[in-house]
Write a protein that binds this ligand. Structure first.
Ligand code: SAH
Length: 259
């Protein structure tokens, strides 16, 4: 889910429609269970007694996987209740509700105690507060020696065509390179442990394809609604940009230890 506030195709930015659209797919950003598990493999010491937060959890694909894999408590936070409703329904179906706490709040003002978590997880969401800012804001809530695992859109090459640079500058001003993001981790008081680029399938198969399957039904539910049409146009354009320019950018999983 990208933050295309500046895209003229969405004049009236309607969060209700955006939530409805994205609630009908399992993932609101690129990712996969395999990538979540790979990130987890770099983090030693998490057990059923651990407590993990998933910030900007959306409909909760990573929160559910973490709760299932680790058997631990997971606190999943998102700004939008529609996503949290969807997550609770999914958790009920999987028998994971006893381990899951949902919190409706903003990630820039976390309602948690210092040192509350053994790890903070966040896939495809830190852009909402900015990478470097999020690292600093969240650090106090990780216990000493605990871990952070986040994905963020990242430039993968030293230079890039203007068309894709302009697109991302409109969508997300603070997109960094892997080097600048690793430096931001160090500057914010973390030791980077691993970083890896998510494979294309995380975007194509798990993010854009599920959207393509629900777009027509969404448009049919909102006939003549320019905002709904604009939202679908915007997501289709983003998918087209990915097809054309994916060698220049991707999501990178950053795993780091609080030092
Ligand atoms: N982690 C999920 C969702 C990623 S999309 C996944 O990978 O599928 C980004 C999420 O951030 C959305 O669910 C959106 O509702 C949430 N979000 C946006 N701004 C937020 C804020 N200020 N605080 C908390 N969540 C926010």
């Amino acid at each position: 889910m990208d933050n295309n506030h500046n895209d003229n195709s969405i004049n009236d930015f309607d969060y209700r429609l955006i939530c409805e659209y994205f609630s009908s797919v399992d993932r609101q950003g690129p990712g996969s269970d395999e990538a979540t598990l790979r990130a987890l493999s770099f983090i030693p010491g998490l057990t059923a007694a651990s407590h993990v937060a998933d910030l900007g959890c959306g409909a909760g694909s990573s929160a559910l996987l973490l709760a299932r894999t680790l058997g631990c408590r997971v606190t999943a936070l998102d700004l939008f209740p529609d996503f949290l409703d969807r997550l609770r329904t999914r958790a009920d179906a999987l028998g994971l509700s006893p381990r899951l706490t949902t919190v409706e709040a903003s990630m820039d003002s976390l309602p948690f105690a210092d040192d509350a978590f053994d790890a903070i997880w966040s896939e495809g969401a830190i852009y909402n507060v900015g990478f470097a800012r999020g690292l600093r804001l969240w650090r106090r809530h990780i216990r000493p020696g605990g871990f952070l695992a986040v994905t963020d859109a990242t430039w993968l090459t030293a230079s890039r065509p203007a068309a894709i640079a302009d697109f991302w500058n409109d969508a997300y001003l603070q997109i960094g390179t892997m080097a600048s993001n690793l430096q931001a981790l160090v500057d914010a008081g973390y030791t980077p442990v691993a970083a890896f680029v998510l494979p294309d399938s995380c975007w194509r198969d798990n993010f854009y394809l599920p959207q393509r399957k629900v777009q027509q039904a969404f448009l049919d539910r909102h006939p003549g609604n320019a905002t709904a049409a604009g939202l679908v146009d915007c997501q289709r354009r983003e998918a087209d940009m990915y097809e054309a320019y994916h060698s220049y950018y991707g999501y990178v999983f950053y795993i780091a230890r609080k030092c």
